[in-house]
Design a protein around this ligand. Structure first.
Ligand code: BGC
Length: 744
């Protein structure tokens, strides 16, 4: 039996019944099963055919803990036959399960985390590089291909819903989940998350964009009240969601744990009803984050469609049948609203595929999938420094590989995106490492080079090895996890280790496996730095191939790296050190000026600016033109490979009003467009991109409008936010339009 088939067989044993036993068959009296009808018509017809109890099944989902704990839940909340149904049909170890309605051919929703791959400790899966890493590719085709791959694994392991597409902006550089998100800029983050979602849903399953919204720190995430103006949100955090939803069209949106302006994320009339459903015309459903529901009536009326992740007897069954029936009976929840909730859930199931193409456990080609992950890493790792062209390694006889457990694997982040990798996780200090050691990969790439390893526990010993070697490659790590935030200082002796090794061997290359930004007090002592993020299941080979020049690096930073703590918008993380659940507040008075915008406003020079990334070749940008086109701006330019090797250049177009304050902007410039081009030496390409009008405008809450103020705007082109070499000016007229698709 092949490995893939053996795994499929063992996975199917986790499902006591096939995941989707419902047999959809259209008949004149079952129009909702007719795929030629629109999802809207089908959802409406299915709701009309449902009993109240059937409707209530679809709005109340169970967590994986239900597998063991549901028996203790009172029978009036979950009747015995439903308990049996849930525990026999949910995929053991998966994030969640929502029972379907077999009588009507409506399948169960089998839900799995998350953006880096299927997360289930019973099911080995292929881990992508962190979402922050794939955002660094500056190429939406990378997350799209990654999404198609992890979505296929979700499907082949019996899941029809993926809780994937994290798009919270890296407003707080210390956020423990930044590695699950796509950076600090609304356009880049939204485009990359949207592409991942699109890739996942190409497997005819539902994907979920999350965590809506402004859930930008993990400390006290379930009790933190975020104060931020509507204007700032619409121009930053919400704009990232808006782009992701437009481009990825996710079947569902997961609301967040925190409060926003005094209202819970999952009972937030402004965010759910007004912005998402009304202004953006969103047709899918809002599912709660696990444990993020706080009421029945308010949550329902303020826009939550599905309580997801009910676990056990201690959990409040806010959307359980007794609470819902009482609220319906009293009229506190109108029946029409219940029908709307169910219709939205069904709309997603019809529109995205789970009904017409039920998921089925199938063999998985893990080798092919690992290659997708490796390609993603190769496109995403960022070469931050390369003095004297130390890299790629050439003619090196001996290398000292030091630290970072580079002999065992590459680091992964923790929490609900912690994939159990094919080949088994390597657990070190309670942290997951993926079994892809860079040391082995380097030895494979450089068979004639003497490569020694030192774990780095003793800086003096590591320095001694470095001194005897032509080159030292020092691996650093920063472990991030859902549920807590993290300092930007490296832990343990790592800073001292770099200083000692760099002193012993000036040809020291740092490879940083980090969830996000770190401080680098030793920056001037090392000539080369490769930011490897969490590079995924084939991180080792990807790192080795970049260091040896088999692959030319082409990643660019999706976040700014602060130089020191005094550059942060907030010296301390709100509520740090307080016990979970303690009420806390944070005021985002920097508004939409986060990331590079913050640095620009303050005049700070970061350690590495947003968009930075080096290549082994060089590029020249020229022939920049810009032309207003309706409310948008069409931009064209040429990119040429002026170096000696083939490579991929990343061009970034920023918009800068001649007077940014007069334009009403939060900062002097915004990323307006970007493109990646693969070029052989001497070759060039003309690239055309369009700047979305919302990136030229400010949001005006009073009239619910976008507004471009009349004036001169510069289109500035370069390879990083702080290296803009070309500029062209356009005049824009005063333009105002509704921020609602309904136009009101
Ligand atoms: C996380 C979500 C995740 C859910 C289910 C929550 O704690 O915030 O991102 O999808 O758990 O595992």
């Amino acid at each position: 039996m092949s490995k893939a088939i053996a795994l499929a067989a063992s996975i199917s044993m986790l499902l006591s019944m096939p995941a989707q036993a419902a047999e959809p068959s259209a008949a004149p009296d079952r129009p909702w099963l007719d795929p030629t009808l629109s999802p809207d018509v089908r959802a409406h017809a299915a709701v009309a055919a449902m009993t109240l109890d059937e409707k209530l099944r679809l709005i109340f989902g169970y967590s994986d803990q239900a597998y063991t704990d549901l028996a203790k839940v009172p029978d009036d909340i979950v009747p015995p036959d439903l308990k049996t149904y849930v525990v026999t049909r949910q995929v053991k170890g998966s994030a969640g399960f929502v029972p379907g309605v077999p009588r009507l051919g409506i399948p169960d929703q089998t839900q799995t985390d998350a953006s880096l791959g299927v997360r289930n400790s019973f099911i080995p899966s292929t881990a992508l590089p962190s979402s922050l890493a794939t955002a660094a590719s500056f190429d939406p085709e990378v997350p799209r291909a990654g999404g198609a791959m992890i979505g296929a694994e979700a499907r082949a392991t019996g899941h029809n819903t993926m809780l994937s597409g994290g798009v919270n902006l890296a407003r707080e550089p210390r956020n423990g989940r930044n590695f699950e998100y796509t950076g600090e800029d609304p356009l880049l983050a939204g485009t990359m998350a949207g592409a991942l979602i699109d890739g996942i849903q190409s497997n005819h399953i539902i994907s979920t964009v999350k965590h809506y919204a402004v859930n930008d720190q993990e400390t006290l995430r379930t009790s933190l009240d975020v104060t931020i103006s509507a204007e700032a949100m619409r121009q930053s955090d919400l704009l990232a969601f808006e782009f992701a939803i437009e481009q990825g069209k996710p079947g569902s949106v997961m609301c967040s744990y925190n409060l926003i302006n005094g209202r819970w994320g999952c009972e937030n009339d402004y965010l759910l009803n007004k912005v998402l459903k009304h202004d953006w015309g969103y047709k899918g459903f809002v599912m709660s984050d696990w444990g993020a529901v706080h009421s029945t009536v308010d949550a329902v009326n303020d826009g939550l469609d599905q309580f997801t992740g009910f676990c056990c007897v201690t959990d409040k069954a806010w959307f359980g049948p007794p609470a819902m029936k009482a609220a319906l009976q009293s009229g506190a929840i109108p029946e029409k609203r219940l029908n709307d909730m169910v219709e939205r859930i069904l709309w997603a199931m019809f529109a995205k595929g789970p009904v017409d193409l039920p998921v089925k456990v199938a063999p998985i080609d893990y080798a092919a999938n690992a290659a997708v992950s490796e390609k993603a890493a190769e496109e995403s790792l960022v070469l931050l420094k390369n003095e004297g062209d130390l890299l790629p390694l050439r003619g090196v006889e001996s290398i000292a590989v030091i630290g970072g457990h580079a002999d065992r694997g590459v680091l992964a982040g923790a929490g609900s995106s912690d994939v159990t990798p094919v080949g088994g996780a390597v657990m070190i200090d309670n942290h997951t490492y993926l079994p892809s050691p860079p040391l082995d990969a380097l030895r494979r790439e450089l068979p004639k080079t003497r490569i020694s390893f030192d774990a780095g526990a003793d800086p003096a010993a590591a320095a001694a090895l470095a001194a005897q070697s032509d080159v030292a490659i020092l691996f650093l790590y920063q472990h991030l996890s859902e549920g807590s935030d993290h300092a930007l200082e490296l832990t343990g002796n790592q800073d001292a280790l770099v200083a000692a090794v760099a002193k012993a061997n000036p040809r020291t290359i740092v490879v940083a496996e980090t969830g996000g930004a770190i401080y680098m007090p030793w920056i001037d002592q090392v000539p080369a730095i490769l930011e490897a993020f969490y590079p995924g299941i084939r991180g080792g080979p990807a790192i080795a191939r970049i260091l040896t020049g088999k692959v030319n690096p082409s990643g660019h930073l999706p976040i700014s790296f602060p130089a020191s703590a005094d550059q942060l918008a907030r010296p301390d993380i709100a509520g740090l050190g307080e016990p979970d659940g303690t009420p806390a507040e944070v005021l985002y008075d920097e508004g939409a000026a986060l990331g590079y915008k913050w640095y620009d406003v303050k005049g700070f020079r970061p350690l590495f600016a947003f968009g930075q990334g080096l290549s082994y070749t060089s590029f020249a940008l020229s022939s920049l033109t810009a032309q207003p086109d309706g409310k948008a701006i069409r931009v064209s330019f040429s990119i040429r490979n002026t170096g000696k090797s083939a490579g991929k250049g990343v061009a970034q177009v920023y918009v800068a009003p001649a007077d940014w304050k007069k334009a009403g902007w939060e900062a002097p410039k915004r990323l307006g467009a970007f493109a990646k081009a693969e070029l052989k030496p001497g070759h060039s390409k003309t690239i055309e991109v369009t700047v979305d009008p919302r990136l030229l405008a400010t949001y005006e809450a009073a009239g619910n409008n976008w507004h471009i103020r009349k004036g001169e705007y510069d289109l500035r082109l370069g390879e990083a936010s702080d290296e803009l070499t070309q500029s062209v000016r356009v005049m824009l007229p005063d333009t105002t339009w509704s921020a609602s698709v309904a136009g009101d």
